[in-house]
Design a binder for this molecule. Structure first.
Ligand code: MEV
Length: 403
């Protein structure tokens, strides 16, 4: 039988007979996961952390973050605390829809002008066929087209309402693509699929009193670092990685497609031909102003969101009535919080001090020691600012000798 047709237990047995070490897993969980994905043999878990007090548009949120790096959650909390002292984040979203693309190969009898006359009817047809999307507040909104030689590029804007909308958009595009194949002069439809081009843009903005970030000098340094990120791709990509630390962690926790956001974000960062920082920090009227705009093709329903208990837990943390607009604004605000914390760290003491202190917990967790010994070793590592594995071993040995 084909591997993918086997039960997850049968697949596990095959791997085990090849000497692969698999983690034990509860049978119920394994069966549930098998319904979510393909060739399932186990699960990969991540710690779920929270931001305690992210204030967005006057509302306070607990924000779930799924990430293995402690400093990412710590940074988001640090940034969010500073934002809270300054009245929180102001955020807004333009959730007009996501793009789809249909490309047609045409001959000399094709007329773009005639095709454009069909667009209102095509939109009506799509909205009748996919009426449930209309009932949820979405629908096919707009079609535009341009021609280059014998290829016609159609851009279709689909409002997916509260979902990310990838599946629905692909179904709509395939439906429209099949209709377009019958149009005069169309030789064939080359493809019909959604485009991950940046859409559903969300902006977060903060105005900070320099006193809350360590004073004028630090605030000016953050603005200078931001300018360097604008001018220099080597810095820009690292700045943006710091933003995505926060963004991806919330996307993962809420069952959203982080790959789609990552690829769209790279386009946004290089829209004028040079790769640049996605965030901007400037000094104005003695305030440090931070802004960040990101493409947020995300949803609060659809995909595996309902089927995953871990993701439902995240929505409960966020407050169950959350909309896709709220979630977009929370995600971009978290990205801005992570970004500020990173800029503050690198413009003052550097990131390693905080980073290594947090990583020390991982080093200590691996020691063959009891909880009390682990805590004593950790305390000593922090006081001595030495976080290496070998030092942890030495401290443990010393501790036992002293007993
Ligand atoms: C590390 O994960 C992220 C940072 O490098 C981001 C930055 O430099 O802005 C600290």
């Amino acid at each position: 039988m084909k591997f993918y047709r086997l039960t997850p237990e049968q697949r596990r047995q095959i791997l085990i007979t090849e000497g692969i070490k698999l983690e034990d897993i509860d049978q119920h969980i394994l069966e549930r996961l098998d319904k979510l994905s393909e060739n399932v043999v186990g699960q990969l878990r991540l710690p779920l952390g929270v931001v305690q007090n992210l204030c967005v548009n006057g509302k306070k949120y607990w924000v779930p973050m799924a990430v293995e790096e402690p400093s990412v959650v710590a940074a988001a909390n640090h940034g969010a605390n500073i934002f809270a002292k300054n009245g929180g984040v102001q955020s807004n979203s333009k959730r007009q829809g996501i793009y789809g693309q249909i490309v047609l190969k045409v001959d000399e009898y094709f007329s773009l002008v005639d095709l454009e006359k069909e667009f209102p009817e095509l939109i009506d047809d799509a909205n009748q066929k996919f009426a449930s999307l209309i009932r949820h507040g979405g629908g096919t909104r707009k079609i535009t087209a341009n021609q280059k030689d014998d290829l016609v590029y159609l851009k279709v804007l689909v409002d997916p309402a509260e979902a990310m909308g990838a599946n629905k958009t692909n179904s709509i595009l395939e439906f429209l693509g099949a209709k377009l194949e019958n149009f005069a002069g169309v030789e064939e439809k080359l493809f019909a699929i959604l485009s991950n081009y940046p859409s559903q843009l969300t902006t977060a903005r903060v105005e900070l009193d320099p006193k809350t970030v360590g004073g004028q000098k630090v605030a000016k340094r953050v603005a200078l670092l931001s300018k360097i990120g604008w001018d220099n791709p080597y810095r820009a990509v690292t700045n943006n990685k710091g933003i995505m630390n926060g963004v991806d962690a919330v996307l993962l926790a809420t069952g959203n497609d982080y790959r789609a956001i990552e690829s769209a974000t790279a386009v946004l960062a290089s829209q004028d031909g040079q790769y640049r920082s996605l965030s901007k920090w400037t000094m104005k009227d003695n305030k440090l102003i931070g802004t960040l705009t990101l493409p947020m093709a995300i949803g609060v329903v659809g995909g595996s969101i309902k089927a995953r208990h871990d993701v439902q837990q995240s929505f409960s943390i966020l407050g169950n009535k959350i909309t896709s607009k709220d979630l977009s604004e929370i995600i971009v605000s978290t990205g801005l919080a992570n970004n500020l914390a990173a800029l503050l760290a690198i413009s003052t003491v550097g990131i390693q001090a905080g980073h290594m202190k947090l990583q020390a917990r991982n080093v200590v967790a691996e020691l063959d020691a009891n909880d009390k010994e682990k805590q004593l070793v950790l305390d000593k590592m922090v006081t001595e600012k030495n976080y290496s594995e070998s030092h942890a071993q030495e401290l443990l040995q010393k501790l036992r000798e002293e007993k």
